[in-house]
Design a protein around this ligand. Structure first.
Ligand SMILES: Nc1ncnc2c1ncn2[C@@H]1O[C@H](COP(=O)(O)OP(=O)(O)OP(=O)(O)O)[C@@H](O)[C@H]1O
Length: 430
């Protein structure tokens, strides 16, 4: 068996039955991994999916074929996307050489393309959590496509920053990034803000105005608080998404527009659909790719990293005596509930930097008087869910995101581990 032969040369191996299952694991795998694809097994899989799989992660791929001649022409196309191909049976030392070469390339690729972090607005987004690393990799992966992205998360978790990151990493980065708050205006105003209007379209329309959708052409339109959009406007937005064209208010002229849509909301849209306040067809148009941003209280592992990043960023801008945080301050930040998420952390640290008169920022400088403020007691289900989620996350971190080892340590099958990790959005479903 090929797997045994590879393992006998000292390589750690994992075997997956389909590229769809493997795809989830790839998002977690170390970037210096090598993949081997059995080309025969790809016969029934749409070529587009195979291409996306091979090109969509930071891994060096080799292919194994039974009979190279018989693989033409579909197999030949796949082979061109790979870094090398070999047929079976293969001599052990030749296999060792192929793997060593691929590993060298993987290490170089890992150094030159760090896809575990994102640069945006002068900030480096980093995380110790597999869930966040997966999001950063996802952003890199969707960068070349126009697929609509929906970002879900509480206020202040960084939804707009992530939307900006998606734009900046994309092939549209030279185009405009236009952000619109769908909940911030009256219905009439938002209609005109989005679609534009002709002169005289309504009282006060003294000149023609280009709407945000048109203005974002060639770039990205970020629709914040999409859950607050009125039903009537949802119909108009859906029409635009289906036709890729708009009509300004009071005009019958169709204007073609090429934009990528990123939307965000803190509202539970599934419930909104059930209640009839959000259209299911619009939801399906917007949520091709979904990113769940966790609240800061679920990112304990990142608190110190984030706090230090914020400190570095702002301590050079303001007069500041402090050189960092006292360890009790870090401990307080880790135990605090952060109802306002990263935005609240930013504001508390900024004022602590300005007000602090000691070498280290002390806990009281954060102005957090009662760590239980704003916390309503969690339900038993919430407590169980949070514990399960934390356990899975910790086990994944400990096992270097290796699913098989994590499942073994947790004492469940790989399938059960997968199901639990998917349930908690730690990994993406198929
Ligand atoms: N990982 C991060 N590192 C540093 N700053 C961050 C990070 N995430 C978010 N921020 C900052 O936190 C603030 C809030 O972020 P953002 O406006 O993107 O949140 P949001 O989820 O869109 O909030 P809302 O739903 O209220 O509009 C911004 O100043 C942003 O720059």
């Amino acid at each position: 068996m090929l797997i045994d032969s590879i393992a006998s040369q000292g390589w750690a191996t994992e075997c997956y039955e389909s590229i769809y299952t493997a795809d989830n694991v790839m998002l977690f795998s170390k970037l210096d991994s090598i993949g081997i694809l059995c080309i025969q097994e790809l016969q029934d899989i749409p070529l587009k999916d195979v291409e996306n799989f091979i090109c969509g992660n930071g891994i060096i791929w080799l292919g194994v074929v039974i009979d190279i001649q018989a693989e033409q022409p579909r197999g030949a196309h796949i082979v061109r996307l790979l870094d090398g191909v070999f047929s079976l049976p293969i001599d052990g030392s030749l296999l060792g050489e192929l793997l060593a070469n691929a590993y060298r390339k993987a290490l170089i690729k890992n150094v030159t393309h760090n896809i575990d972090s994102i640069h945006v607005d002068g900030i480096i987004l980093k995380s110790y959590m597999p869930e966040l690393k997966r999001i950063f990799r996802l952003i890199h992966r969707v960068s070349d496509s126009k697929a609509p992205v929906m970002i879900l998360g509480e206020s202040g978790t960084g939804k707009e920053l992530i939307a900006r990151a998606i734009h900046d990493q994309s092939t549209r980065c030279a185009g405009p990034f236009i952000a619109v708050n769908c909940g911030g205006f009256s219905n009439d105003l938002i209609q005109s803000e989005l679609f534009g209007h002709e002169k005289g379209a309504f009282t006060g329309a003294t000149s023609q105005q280009v709407g945000h959708i048109e203005a974002a052409s060639g770039g990205t339109l970020f629709l914040d608080e999409i859950g607050d959009l009125d039903l009537h406007l949802q119909v108009n937005l859906l029409r635009f998404l289906e036709s890729n064209s708009i009509q300004r208010l009071s005009s019958s002229q169709e204007i073609a527009v090429d934009v990528r849509i990123v939307s965000a909301t803190h509202v539970d849209l599934d419930t909104a659909v059930e209640r009839g306040s959000f259209r299911l067809d619009l939801l399906h148009r917007l949520n091709t790719v979904v990113i769940h941003l966790p609240p800061l209280r679920h990112r304990r592992a990142d608190i110190e990293l984030l706090a230090n990043q914020v400190f570095e960023r702002f301590s050079s801008r303001y007069p500041c005596r402090a050189r960092g945080f006292h360890r009790d301050t870090i401990a307080l930040m880790k135990s605090y509930h952060w109802p306002g998420n990263v935005r609240e952390m930013l504001n508390r640290i900024k004022s602590a930097i300005v007000l602090s008169d000691s070498d280290l920022i002390m806990p009281d400088a954060l102005g957090i008087h009662n760590t239980t403020e704003n916390i309503s007691p969690p339900s038993l289900n919430e407590v169980r869910g949070a514990a399960e989620r934390q356990l899975i996350t910790n086990i994944l971190i400990k096992n270097d995101n290796n699913i098989a080892r994590s499942a073994k340590e947790m004492g469940v099958s790989r399938v059960t581990f997968y199901r639990l990790a998917k349930k908690h959005n730690i990994i993406k479903g198929e």
